[in-house]
Ligand binder design. Structure first.
Ligand SMILES: Cc1cc2nc3c(=O)[nH]c(=O)nc-3n(C[C@H](O)[C@H](O)[C@H](O)COP(=O)(O)OP(=O)(O)OC[C@H]3O[C@@H](n4cnc5c(N)ncnc54)[C@H](O)[C@@H]3O)c2cc1C
Length: 499
């Protein structure tokens, strides 16, 4: 997967079967689905793959225990099936993980245990392990960092965990292997519409105008179908199509704090079953650190670099510290990051935590297909539904979806040991591979998404930036000016990840 060879496949005279806008979980999954069914497919991403919400999740491949409590059985069952297939198709970036809920009374233990046994039953043949009641002693053994005051026992259940940005890059490579063209740093700036048949009452979409920020070039791309998979930005594209459209997304921010493992040793995750705002909170081991989150805050401004609010940081610290032996203070945080959920607006619902996590597909009068909502875990099903709709809209002859059992590409970088020396992880040879096989263009691409150092330890990422910038410049044949600009840009951005 190489940007130069991708660009060489562009041809203004060609009409693609499917054009996908957005290179997050939804768009990349759709590209894999479309290309693997044999449709000629192009995906256009304004920034880097997974730059948006898809690199900022809690990293859980899950059915959503909380949605079970809300009674949304269909969503939970669907997500549990998807969880099972994803763990089978991408074992290199996913894993099964035990989650322990501490209980402080027998009633609590029975309540959580029975709910989770049902969660397990819903996963059917794709179950990851049996839910079990735990004694006080076993709970302490599984969660050595937990505050034992008033603890009466616990419940263990199993869910999945993954590296979100690495899975995104692997999906991009899978789509490319099936013949898709994917371009990062290429923004859709307008939509091309015209009356295609004399009988058409409405103008129909026949492509987009895209701007390649790397080569400072604007060009047209023609396609029989255009799919809008831009997450919290879907309304911008919908507005390009029809400026009279209503907005469909309510963005909701969630943050995570990352701390060293000594605060929470062991190999199990902690699930806090009820926060003050009646949600759940997790402390999850990830790449030898602990990711704690998340929040659910309705937000006005949509940004590609959302910033944790002070009240969200306080909320996460307060809830984690209720359960931990050793109090975490803000200076213990090695990285913090925020993401925006693209939640679909529902009439009468004022609290974002109550908005549905289901996905929706909307087809406009001009045939723009918008897909949003959902979760990382359900990206494959979302993609299948989007492509089925596209087949219908474009009147293509039907081709069966094959992604339920399609193996996802792997990479030597899926399981980096971040305790290895920086010189080993960011060797010239590895940087060359990030560029040539994974389309890394900037220092941020390498430190935030090809590797996850920025999300694990922002200070270490800032210290590593000059080395990565120099090596990238050597490969691209760029000069001192580019090196300095990249170091400055990355340092500026990474400061938002520091406490
Ligand atoms: C805090 C938080 C925690 C979460 N945790 C989990 C979890 O543990 N498990 C789980 O299953 N799900 C989780 N989710 C949900 C999941 O992360 C999202 O549902 C998913 O990542 C959304 O992917 P997307 O592709 O729709 O959007 P995005 O990842 O935001 O992708 C949209 C892309 O479109 C691009 N774009 C925008 N405008 C244009 C344009 N004009 N031209 C070209 N490209 C454009 C953007 O740059 C962006 O890369 C979480 C979400 C949040 C916010």
């Amino acid at each position: 997967m190489n940007r130069i060879s991708m660009l060489q496949q562009l041809d203004e005279n060609k009409t693609w079967d499917m054009l996908i806008i957005g290179g997050g979980a939804t768009g990349l999954g759709t590209a894999v689905d479309a290309a693997s069914r044999g449709f000629s497919t192009i995906l256009i991403e304004a920034d880097d793959f997974a730059k948006g919400t898809s690199s900022r999740s809690t990293k859980l491949v899950h059915g959503g225990v909380r949605y079970l409590e809300q009674g949304n059985l269909k969503l939970v069952r669907e997500a549990l099936q998807e969880r099972g297939w994803l763990l089978k198709n991408a074992p290199h970036v996913t894993r099964k993980l035990g989650f322990v809920i501490p209980a402080f009374s027998v009633v609590q233990k029975i309540y959580y245990g029975s709910g989770l046994k049902f969660y397990d039953i819903l996963s059917g043949k794709l179950s990851l392990g049996t839910t079990k009641f735990l004694s006080k002693k076993t709970t302490q053994n599984f969660l050595p960092g937990i505050n034992q005051k008033n603890l009466s026992g616990g419940v263990i259940y199993y869910d999945g965990q993954f590296d979100d940005a690495r899975l995104a890059i692997n999906l991009a490579n899978t789509a490319a292997k099936h013949g898709a063209v994917l371009l990062n740093y290429c923004e859709v700036v307008s939509i091309l519409k015209k009356k295609i048949k004399p009988t058409d009452k409405q103008a129909k979409i026949y492509g987009v105008v895209a701007y390649d920020a790397i080569n400072d070039k604007t060009f047209e791309i023609k396609s029989k179908v255009v799919i809008n998979a831009t997450g919290v930005f879907v309304d911008d594209i919908i507005q390009m199509d029809n400026s009279n459209s209503n907005e469909i997304v309510t963005p909701s921010q969630g943050i995570h704090l990352v701390v060293n493992k000594n605060f929470f040793p062991g190999n199990y995750a902690l699930m806090i079953p009820k926060t003050d705002d009646k949600r759940v909170l997790f402390a999850v081991p990830w790449h030898n650190k602990i990711v704690i989150g998340t929040t659910d805050t309705e937000i006005e401004d949509i940004s590609d670099e959302p910033i944790p609010l002070q009240e969200e940081i306080d909320f996460v610290l307060k809830h984690a510290n209720r359960y931990l032996k050793t109090n975490i203070i803000i200076n213990d945080v090695t990285s913090m990051f925020a993401g925006l959920r693209p939640l679909v607006r529902t009439k009468g619902v004022t609290n974002t935590s109550m908005l549905s996590r289901d996905h929706v597909i909307i087809v406009s009068h001009s045939n723009l297909i918008t897909i949003t909502g959902g979760k990382w875990t359900t990206y494959r099903k979302m993609a299948e539904d989007a492509v089925n709709n596209a087949i219908f809209v474009a009147k293509f002859s039907y081709k069966e979806c094959i992604t339920k059992h399609l193996k996802i590409a792997n990479s030597e970088f899926d399981n980096i040991n971040y305790d290895d020396a920086i010189e080993k992880i960011y060797s010239l040879e590895n940087i060359k591979r990030f560029i040539e096989n994974e389309m890394a263009i900037t220092v941020e691409d390498v430190l935030a998404r090809r590797t996850r150092l920025l999300f694990l330890d922002a200070k270490a990422a800032i210290q590593t930036a000059p080395r990565v910038a120099k090596e990238m410049a050597a490969i691209f044949n760029y000069g001192e000016h580019w090196i300095q600009l990249e170091i400055d840009n990355f340092t500026q951005l990474a400061k938002n990840y520091l406490p």
